[in-house]
Design a protein around this ligand. Structure first.
Ligand code: BEZ
Length: 221
């Protein structure tokens, strides 16, 4: 089954987009990237998602993340749909602040394992699922999330995950359940106590557990 696994290099595909032809790695440059796919242009849930992503484009920019969407229609359709999206976002006079890849031949959707066999168009062809790929500056896949066509994504969660990915790429920590930026983080299990004390000047606190094992170690970054 095609697709990309965590830690693998993301394919350096070429594609037509609403900003012209791109080679993906050149498009990313040294930045982080997010590629999010959509089942079809001019569909209701996709329109709400693209509009939300447009509203949050400065948040992605702040984090150094280049955005790109994908849908299995043509550049011409994408350009027309983009106007609807920006009107839905109450910003009808602004252009969509990120490009959309035209995958009308479904080549990328196959390469990246994005087709959803349960959702088909009127000709019986499968539509693209709602995939989220976050790619690091090293061009490796850091996160992939897959939603069916019938469930829209939560872009606040996507930003939260990016905050965690960027933090944990720099420091030997992991973020616990429901973590938000500024909250305590956990020291990764492979780091010995002696090194943890030296690495985290704000101190490390350990929660006592019935097992007596000292594996819940918190610190503040
Ligand atoms: C939508 O974006 O609304 C949608 C697209 C395909 C299947 C179901 C919903």
């Amino acid at each position: 089954m095609p697709g990309v696994l965590l830690g693998e290099e993301f394919p350096n595909f070429e594609a037509d987009t609403t900003s012209g032809r791109i080679k993906f790695h050149d498009f990313l440059g040294d930045s982080w990237g997010i590629l999010f796919s959509h089942p079809k242009d001019f569909t209701p849930v996709c329109t709400t998602e693209l509009a939300r992503a447009a509203k949050l484009s400065n948040e992605f920019k702040k984090r150094g993340v280049k955005m790109i969407a994908l849908s299995i229609d043509s550049v011409e359709d994408h350009n027309s749909w983009s106007k609807d999206v920006m009107a839905y976002a109450n910003e009808a006079d602004s252009p969509l602040p990120y490009p959309i890849i035209a995958d009308d031949k479904r080549e990328l959707s196959v390469l990246l394992g994005m087709l959803d066999p349960d959702e088909r168009n009127k000709d019986g062809l499968p539509l693209t699922a709602r995939c989220v790929f976050v790619i690091g500056p090293d061009k490796k896949l850091k996160l992939s999330i897959l939603y069916p066509a019938t469930t829209g994504r939560n872009f606040d969660e996507i930003l939260r995950v990016i905050d965690s990915l960027q933090l944990t790429a720099q420091k030997k920590v992991a973020t616990p359940v429901d973590w938000k930026p500024g909250e305590k983080v956990m020291v990764i299990p492979s780091l010995p106590d002696s090194e943890a004390t030296a690495l985290f000047p704000n101190g490390v606190t350990t929660k006592e557990m019935p097992s007596g094992k000292k594996y819940l170690r918190y610190t503040k970054i």
